[in-house]
Write a protein of this length. Structure first.
Length: 207
């Protein structure tokens, strides 16, 4: 099965309807990841088929959880997941990709230009040093344990903002260690086509 067919099948299984232009951009993004990966080590995956399931479809599980949001920050964005796939699917959502690794932000900058993503800003630096921006949703994919994620990013949330943490297995212990002033108001198991691993979404907000 070629990449295009694999992506189409995956989107269909997830109930996502994307235009041909958006699907093309997602495939272009995979090609960029593969090309830059040799030099910048953006992902441990080398196989484009795996990139579609493990990076693209996995990232797109975020979409239902940011339905009403206008601004989002992807903390520890790395190679741009979940921020770039989300930006392609939600051109109305203003997304900041933040990473402390300048090699990675160089790639992100290049990807944003090549993919023509006018709704994306790339920021290089440590999350605790970001003080000029507040957003509706702060997200991350395997960035840190939940309590650390909250402590590092609390200052980035708008008044009614929330966290959307993308996790692997159900994070029982991490949920028990949440600070007293934060509640996890939704924890859901995610379905990612072609991915044989547990995925969960943890939505949290200040009490």
């Amino acid at each position: 099965m070629d990449n295009k067919q694999q992506l189409q099948n995956g989107l269909q299984e997830m109930g996502l309807t994307l235009g041909a232009a958006q699907q093309l951009l997602l495939l272009e993004y995979v090609a960029l990841l593969k090309k830059w990966n040799r030099t910048y080590n953006l992902t441990a995956l080398r196989d484009e088929n795996k990139m579609i399931s493990h990076h693209i479809l996995d990232s797109l599980t975020l979409l239902p959880y940011v339905a009403g949001a206008q601004t989002l920050m992807d903390v520890g964005s790395g190679g741009g997941m979940p921020g770039i796939p989300t930006a392609i699917c939600r051109p109305d959502l203003h997304i900041t990709l933040l990473d402390a690794n300048t090699k990675k932000t160089t790639f992100l900058q290049q990807a944003v230009i090549e993919l023509g993503l006018t709704n994306v800003t790339v920021a290089a630096g440590r999350v605790e040093a970001m003080h000029d921006k507040k957003v509706d949703v702060v997200t991350s994919r395997a960035f840190a344990e939940l309590a650390d994620f909250i402590a590092l990013t609390k200052h980035l949330l708008n008044e009614n903002g929330y966290w959307a943490a993308m996790k692997g297995v159900y994070p029982y212990e991490e949920l028990e260690q949440l600070p007293a002033d934060v509640e996890a108001f939704k924890v859901e198991k995610l379905f990612v086509p072609q991915l044989d691993a547990d995925r969960h979404m943890v939505l949290m907000r200040p009490k």
